[in-house]
Write a protein that binds this ligand. Structure first.
Ligand SMILES: Nc1ncnc2c1ncn2[C@@H]1O[C@H](COP(=O)(O)OP(=O)(O)OP(=O)(O)O)[C@@H](O)[C@H]1O
Ligand SMILES: [Mg+2]
Length: 235
């Protein structure tokens, strides 16, 4: 039996410390993400959606008294530093709530970054061409072929979001974690972004998407609701 879910959170706890005040955000979240599903995490502003997604992506740590987050049965806390880097960079693709593109770099360069991280000089020389082609193909699929050489600071919000998603997918991650991928966009542009996510999901990528918008959440195959520090099935 090797049926561990792709991602599992068990009694996950996270408290922020603001000065001397503890701000509990997650107080016992249980969640399974099965390989191949498209899960939406919904909840009001401040309910901890970004916090949970960052924890799932290995970008932040759970509290000392928290239960584990496991990836294919392995506790993220048990990862070596090298395994942790590989998890963040290869197993998971992360789309941040506010894009986090590097404004001075071109669209093409931004999308290539995760594939270049950690390469030695020789590997870099050997692989740069293939990575450039992979990024260009992905960006072209995303309708950005005419923007490859533009700086990301010159793009519209919808274009930036597409670059951010291309960057998250460049290493062909098992799971795409997307934080409000349509949050800053008009409805039509937002649904265009969702079409891109849907097509990736259609090719087998697991998707976990945060949103506060019911119409957006409805495109996922399952929804959970975050409230009072816990996750509940939304159906
Ligand atoms: N680095 C931090 N330090 C202190 N408090 C934080 C930090 N990050 C988040 N918080 C607090 O944790 C709570 C949850 O924040 P989080 O960003 O996870 O919410 P969210 O559900 O993503 O909200 P939104 O829908 O507005 O993006 C908020 O009350 C926030 O103020
Ligand atoms: Mg958020």
């Amino acid at each position: 039996m090797n049926e561990a879910p792709l991602l599992r959170a068990q009694d996950v706890r996270k408290t922020y410390r603001l000065g001397r005040v503890d701000v509990p955000v997650l107080s016992g979240v249980d969640l399974d993400v099965q390989e191949g599903e498209w899960l939406a995490i919904v909840g009001s502003s401040g309910s901890g959606k970004s916090t949970l997604l960052h924890l799932l992506g290995g970008l932040d740590r759970v509290d000392a008294n928290s239960g584990p987050i496991t990836f294919l049965g392995e506790d993220l806390r048990a990862f070596s530093p090298a395994r942790e880097n590989r998890y963040r960079n290869r197993d998971v693709g992360f789309v941040f709530q506010f894009y986090h593109l590097l404004p001075e770099l071109t669209v093409l360069e931004n999308a290539m970054i995760p594939a270049l991280v950690g390469l030695g000089r020789l590997q870099f020389a050997q692989e740069k061409k293939a990575i450039t082609e992979r990024a260009a193909t992905l960006l072209t699929d995303f309708g950005l072929s005419h923007r490859l050489k533009h700086r990301s600071s010159e793009l519209s919000g919808g274009e930036r979001q597409r670059v951010a998603i291309a960057r998250a997918l460049i290493n062909r991650p098992r799971v795409l974690l997307a934080d409000e991928p349509t949050g800053n966009l008009d409805v039509k542009t937002g649904h265009g972004i969702l079409d891109l996510i849907a097509s990736r999901h259609g090719t087998g990528t697991t998707v976990v998407m945060v949103t506060h918008d019911q119409a957006i959440a409805a495109r996922a195959s399952r929804q959970i609701h975050l409230a009072d520090g816990r996750a509940e099935s939304a159906h």
